[in-house]
Design a protein around this ligand. Sequence first.
Ligand code: SF4
Ligand code: SF4
Length: 278
Amino acid sequence: MAKYGLIFDSTKCNGCYNCFLACRDEYCGNDYPPYSAAQPMSGHFWMRIIEKERGKFPKVKVAYTAIPCMHCENPTCTQISPNDAVYKRPDGIVIIDPEKAVGQKEILSYCPYRVIYWNEEKNLPQKCTLCAHLIDQGWKEPRCVEACPTGALIFGDMADPNSEISKVLASQNTEVLHPEYDLKPSVYYIGLPKRFIAGAVVLEDKQDECPENVTVTLSGKDGKKTVKTDNYGDFEFEGLEADAEYTVKIEQDGYTPQELNVKTNIDIYLGDIVVSRK
Ligand code: SF4
Ligand code: SF4
């Protein structure tokens, strides 16, 4: 039996919102019994995109996180639902029955991920169905995945070791949102925004040049990482722990090594770091 899941790769998402729009296009005004009733024209975000601005001028980044229903292996929504209005299919897709769930606004509170929306007109709780009506017709991907131009979304059968999703799960670092909920989501994430430390190296006696290939080492409780400055003299360490203490060491032949202590309570841009001749 298939076991469907999704991967969202934040490093590939450019915030085009095509996934969100494809979902709206599929569901607004369209009923798909017994999977779902039509989504209203506004107020629902079955594929919600969170935009997070990181860093400060001149080092600013924007990171996106897509949040549909997690189609949890151990979902609270199905466990609390009194009349099987929310149920889990053998393939892992969690469905809110558009007939049985009528009038049950309390279903919104059954999900700690807050991905269930209230349809005022239909008196109905609704959410992402993982496009079950299309998958059951033989579609290979849901609409949002098909619409993504950068390959940031991957859908597939996690029970098939040869599927793309299984290969990515086996070969890359993935994580889930809020593992502390212990609901075992079927939506996995790559490159979720954490903290960065960045800066630019300037050689005191060559200030009009950009020093490439200067060695910069980051040390912290998770070990050491070394990078070289690029052709602008810039360096960056990504994916760091929040609120952790690090030491940044800059080394270049003929120059006095320089160390800086940094705490990642926010993303850190160290600016120009001037190193002097020995
Ligand atoms: S994310 Fe929420 S609505 Fe979706 S399966 Fe998990 S508990 Fe249920
Ligand atoms: S899987 Fe389908 S229902 Fe879920 S967010 Fe994507 S397009 Fe919408």
